[in-house]
Structure formats: structure tokens, C-alpha cells
Design a protein around this ligand. Structure first.
Ligand SMILES: [Zn+2]
Length: 180
């Protein structure tokens, strides 16, 4: 069910996607998106959205222009612009659990059932400090990261910003993949 690594699985094209309502070319819009993104250059690092952030911790971005413009979540919009297809009725899951991350490679297309199963699994075995467990909630965390990265990637500032919300106080830092 993953959309990473290139193409969109054919069955999802049939069952989970609709055509993008916004026409091409999209280069101008991609440029407008990218100036609001700060990339963590470490392996597997997130692409942090530093534009508007909603109270749900997800970014906000105006897609399109004129009468067709609409406010969307930028990670969804980047997925749409990358694949030319829009997820319909299926969530885009963040493998990194950073709601404000817009790295297309960190997104998987899931069903609601998968979403719930993933949440339950994490509830039992979560070992990593992300927006799922941040004491400030996803929006507070996302805004703190945005403030830390206001002048571009700054690893000490980033680490300090996320440490404030760490419910484990730095005691549990294993990556998700080894958490069991
Ligand atoms: Zn990410």
C-alpha cells in the first residue's frame, strides 16, 4: 500500500485516487511550496514545512489561484503534484510521524483500517519521540520546529526545539524500526 519509491500501485489508481483538479504546469506552485520547506540533510531526514500550520499540526497551503484556489495540506498537495493524482477517501500516512513533514518519500497511502492498526501498534510499542507523543501536541511541536528553522536548517536549534516536548526526557531514542 506504499506509494513511495516511484509509481502509484495500479489498484490504488483505480480505487483510491481521482484526477488532480488543478491543471498543469505546476512549476510555479512547486516553487511556492519549496520556499516554505526546510530539509533535514541527515539520512532519512524530514522535509519540514515552515509555512502556515493549523491547529491539527498539519501545514496549510493555498493551492491553485483565482476562483479555483483552495487551502490544502501541503504534504497532500506535494503528493498530488508529484504523482498527478489526488488521494480520495484514503489517508496519507506519515511514516515519520511528523505531521508537518512534506517529504513525499515519508508518505504512504493507507486505508482507515490500516491507519487505526498503525495507531494501535504504536500505542503498544512506541519508542521514538515524534509529534505522536510530543507533550505540546502536534501543532505545538510543528510550530516550535518552524521557529527553530526560521533561518534554514539548524541542527542544534532543531534538537533543542524537539527536546522540549520529549515525554521520555531523552531516555528512549531507538528508531521505530527497532522498537519491536
Ligand atoms: Zn518526515
Amino acid at each position: 500500500m506504499s506509494a513511495r519509491g516511484g509509481g502509484v500501485p495500479r489498484q490504488l489508481t483505480l480505487r483510491g485516487f481521482g484526477p488532480s483538479p488543478v491543471g498543469w504546469p505546476v512549476e510555479a506552485e512547486l516553487a511556492r511550496l519549496r520556499v516554505k520547506v526546510v530539509v533535514d540533510p541527515r539520512p532519512g531526514g524530514c522535509h519540514h514545512w515552515v509555512g502556515a500550520i493549523g491547529d491539527d499540526g498539519y501545514g496549510r497551503f493555498q493551492a491553485g489561484s483565482g476562483p479555483g484556489a483552495r487551502t490544502v495540506r501541503p504534504h497532500v498537495r506535494l503528493f498530488e503534484l508529484t504523482y498527478g493524482l489526488r488521494p480520495v477517501g484514503v489517508p496519507l500516512l506519515h511514516s515519520c510521524d511528523e505531521t508537518s513533514c512534506v517529504a513525499v518519500g515519508h508518505l504512504s497511502v493507507g486505508t482507515q483500517a490500516l491507519n487505526v492498526a498503525q495507531m494501535h501498534r504504536r500505542g503498544r510499542s512506541y519508542r521514538r519521540h515524534t509529534s505522536v507523543v510530543d507533550r505540546r501536541g502536534p501543532a505545538g511541536r510543528a510550530r516550535a520546529i518552524r521557529a527553530a528553522l526560521a533561518d534554514g536548517w539548524d541542527q542544534p536549534a532543531f534538537l533543542a526545539a524537539v527536546a522540549v516536548g520529549d515525554p521520555f526526557n531523552g531516555q528512549l531514542t531507538l528508531p521505530l524500526e527497532t522498537a519491536g
